[in-house]
Design a protein around this ligand. Structure first.
Ligand code: DLL
Length: 433
């Protein structure tokens, strides 16, 4: 279902006109209201009057996560403080969190984007949405909640954790749609199976999963474990939260809500814009936000755009599912590899469980060494060493042939790698880089 055909299926030329008008307004507002942006624009000698086309966006300055941290908590506010009605923050592991301050209109935009997102995942007013994204300062819970309400679905605001209760509610209330991180979806399936519940017998038949990197093979695992259709949803606190882009039923890339978030792909080294289809760093300008709008925000997320028509009828451009982040790309003895590529390869191998951990060290010869800890089905541990040895070799060969990296594989018993109810931690990098 398309939530807002007028906007989502708009002729691209008409959409670009709107984008340009909103971009000019934004540049004017930021120059007037946010001293940080005024100083940046003055330094580059650029003003709203210099923006004649969308391509002129290149004249404007970037914004980085470091800028946001320096301006914490209110340095990017572009409207009077008393117009703010809600605040969210990301739980960064280092330094100050990044903050999004929403006006009432910003919440309306978010609700609309999340309604489009859930509708893209098949949600209708008849659905019962079990929302297991965290509620609180994290944007996941409230974002999915607003979207489901806009559609008129019934929401179960579960938040994350307390898995036994999640399963009870899932069964007793007949939830038809699941929203949470993909790693938590798999964890719940595992716990259901352990409790003697077959997740495929539950009424759940669709889900919108995101907030962390996941692979195509992980999607297949979730879809087959539950017998459901699993859709990818992307977003980040700085831009609005979840709902920046989402998959439709075609599951061929994520439609960007580009009437609200103007997307670019740049070369992360030079900062230059890359042509359609080339892979690089994703950058967003918020075209319609009032509270804390951002100009050319460098997300550090890596993807590429697709502008071929989509079978669903939406005309918005799509981004490929994320490959990873510029800051989580591992460079192993000179070879670039994202954890999600390791995950994708791992899921191809029969006998492994969907839980793994990548531990990177700098070894004695000052060379990078990777230990890949992988959970293995219980049968392998009972049937002595030969099966385990074969599996270990198979994984090692797969990593070498598919990703050109040499890994030491440590096979571990089921349920020994820590599970996550939110964003999973997949990498421990002990190198002092
Ligand atoms: O994770 C917002 C969100 C909530 C998205 C619920 C989807 C669902 P932050 O905590 O600020 O916000 O983290 C944003 O998470 O820059 C990506 O690196 C990563 N990320 C988000 N969605 C995806 C996804 C939320 N679908 C950061 N695939 C982003 C891969 C994702 N990575």
């Amino acid at each position: 279902m398309i939530y807002n055909p007028e906007c989502e299926c708009m002729e691209p030329g008409a959409r670009q006109k709107l984008q340009l008008a909103n971009l000019k307004n934004l540049v004017e507002t930021l120059y007037e209201k946010v001293p940080f942006y005024r100083a940046r624009m003055d330094a580059l000698g650029v003003r709203a009057a210099d923006i004649h086309s969308l391509a002129d966006i290149e004249k404007l300055p970037f914004t980085t996560k470091d800028d946001l941290r320096e301006l914490y908590p209110h340095g990017l506010l572009a409207c009077p403080k008393d117009r703010i009605v809600e605040v969210h923050m990301s739980s960064g592991t280092t330094g100050k969190p990044v903050v999004d301050e929403y006006t009432r209109k910003d919440i309306d935009i978010w609700r609309e984007c999340m309604a489009r997102t859930l509708a893209g995942g098949g949600c209708t007013k008849d659905d019962i949405v079990q929302n297991c994204y965290g509620y609180g300062l994290f944007t996941g819970g409230p974002g999915a909640h607003y979207g489901a309400l806009a559609i008129g679905a019934e929401v179960l605001p579960m938040s994350s954790g307390n898995t036994a209760r999640q399963l009870m509610v899932m069964r007793d209330f007949g939830s038809t749609m699941l929203t949470c991180t993909p790693s938590y979806a798999l964890y719940m399936a595992e716990e259901a199976e352990a409790a003697g519940i077959d997740p495929r017998e539950l009424p759940l038949c669709k889900g919108c999963f995101g907030a962390e990197p996941w692979s195509e093979n992980m999607r297949k695992e979730i879809e087959s474990r539950y017998g459901m259709k699993a859709h990818d949803v992307y977003g980040l606190t700085e831009i609005i939260g979840p709902g920046v882009s989402f998959e439709c039923e075609a599951q061929r890339g994520l439609h960007i809500n580009e009437d609200h978030f103007y997307p670019e792909i740049i070369d992360p080294e030079s900062g230059r814009r890359l042509p359609m289809g080339e892979r690089g760093e994703l950058v967003f300008t918020t075209l319609t936000k009032e509270g804390t709008p951002l100009l050319r925000y460098r997300t550090r997320d890596i993807t590429y755009f697709m502008d071929q028509p989509c079978s669903c009828g939406r005309t918005t451009i799509r981004m490929h599912r994320l490959f990873g982040r510029t800051d989580d790309m591992l460079i192993i003895r000179g070879v670039n590899v994202f954890p999600s590529q390791i995950e994708h390869a791992l899921f191809e191998i029969e006998g492994t469980e969907p839980a793994y951990l990548i531990v990177v060290d700098r070894g004695a010869a000052r060379l990078d060494e990777v230990e890949l800890q992988v959970e293995v089905k219980q049968e392998f541990f009972s049937d002595e060493t030969k099966g385990l040895e074969n599996l270990r070799t198979k994984i090692q060969n797969m990593m070498k042939s598919k990703l050109q990296i040499t890994v030491r594989v440590k096979l571990v018993e089921p349920k020994t790698i820590e599970r996550s109810i939110g964003k999973a931690k997949r990498v421990i990098d002990n190198r002092k880089l």
